[in-house]
Design a protein around this ligand. Sequence first.
Ligand code: UD1
Length: 339
Amino acid sequence: MKILVTGGLGFIGSHTVVELQEKGFEVVIVDDLSNSTIEVMEGITAITGKRPIFEKLDLKEKDKVEDFFRRHKDIVGVIHFAASKAVGESVEKPLLYYENNINTLVYMLKSVLNLDASNFIFSSSCTVYGQADTMPITESAPIKPAESPYGNTKQIGEEIIQDTCKVYSEFKAIALRYFNPIGAHPSANIGELPIGVPQNLVPFITQTAAGIRQQLSVFGNDYPTPDGTCIRDYIHVVDLAKAHVVALQRLLENKNTSNFEVFNLGTGKGSSVLEAIEAFEKVSGEKLNYTFAPRRPGDVIQAYADTSKANEVLGWKAKSTLDDAMLSAWNWEKKVSNI
Ligand code: UD1
C-alpha cells in the first residue's frame, strides 16, 4: 500500500517513514527541503534497508501538487507533516505561516478528495489547548485562543479538515495532537536537525553539552510548579512515529467511529525543565552549563496529556522514558557533532 508522507525528511516525518517501511508500506516522500536535508534519505535507508521514493515538491505550487497526485493515483493514505513550526518566526511573519500551513493544506485536501481512498492524518499540536484549566489535558478540553500564528494554523487546520469531513463522508481524517516530541532514532541514523539556534529545549541542551552553545537559559524559575520551572510532556519521537502508523491503519481498516477523530499523543507524565536537565545529565554523564533567565513570552506553565483515549481506542501507548529519549538525543548529537 502506497502512503504519501509530506515533510517526510523532517524530524517527525523521517521517523514515521521508518516505522511505515518497517510495517511493509511503500512510502513516497515529498519535501521542499526548506527545513531538512536530502541526506536524511540515507539515514532512513540505512535503518530500513529500503529507499523510499522521494520528490522535491513545494506544496504551495498548486499545479505541481495536482500533477503529483495525477501521477500517484494509487496512494491510499496521506500523513501530512509539511508545515512551518517556529513559534517566534510565525509572530514575525504571519502571512508566511498562513500560506505555508493553510494554503498547502487546502491544496492537499482538494487532491486527496480525488483519490479512490482518502485517508488523512494531520499533524496537530497540544498548543491548541493553550494553558488548559485542568491537568492532565483530555481531548475535550476547550480550544483556547491561539498565542501565535503558528498555533492558529493548527487550530484552523483542524477546522478545515473537520468541515471537509462533514460534507465528504468518504473522506476520513485523524488529527494527532502532539505534546513535546524529543529524542532520535536509537540507531542514531536520523534525528532532529535544527537550523541555526535551536528554539526547543532538548536540541539546545544537547548542543550546549556538545560545546556548540555556551549556556542553556532556563526560561523562568518562578512558575507555580514544584521546582518553579515549566512542566511539559516529553514524548520520544519513535513512540510518536509508531502512533501515526496505528492511526493510519485504523483508517485503512475502517475502524474509525467518526470520519474526523482527534487523539492526544503524549506520555501522560509531566516533567519540569530541571527534571529534563537532570535526566540528560544522568544518561550522558555530562554536566550541563545552565542559568536561570526570565520567563519566555507565550510559554504555558504546564501541559501534559491524558492519553487514555489513544491508549484505549488506538491501542497505542508511549513506551520510552524521558531517560531513553534523552540518551537517544545525546547519541544523535554526538554523531552529528563528531564527538
Ligand atoms: C513549542 C511550541 C509548540 C510546538 C513545540 C514543538 C511554544 C509556546 N510552543 O513547545 O507549539 O509544537 O515547541 O516545536 O513555543 N526552554 C528553556 N530554555 C530553552 C528552550 C526551552 O527553558 O532554551 C523551556 C521552555 O520555557 C519550556 C520547555 O523548555 O518550558 C519546553 O520548551 P520547547 O522545547 O520550546 O517547547 P514548547 O514551548 O513546550
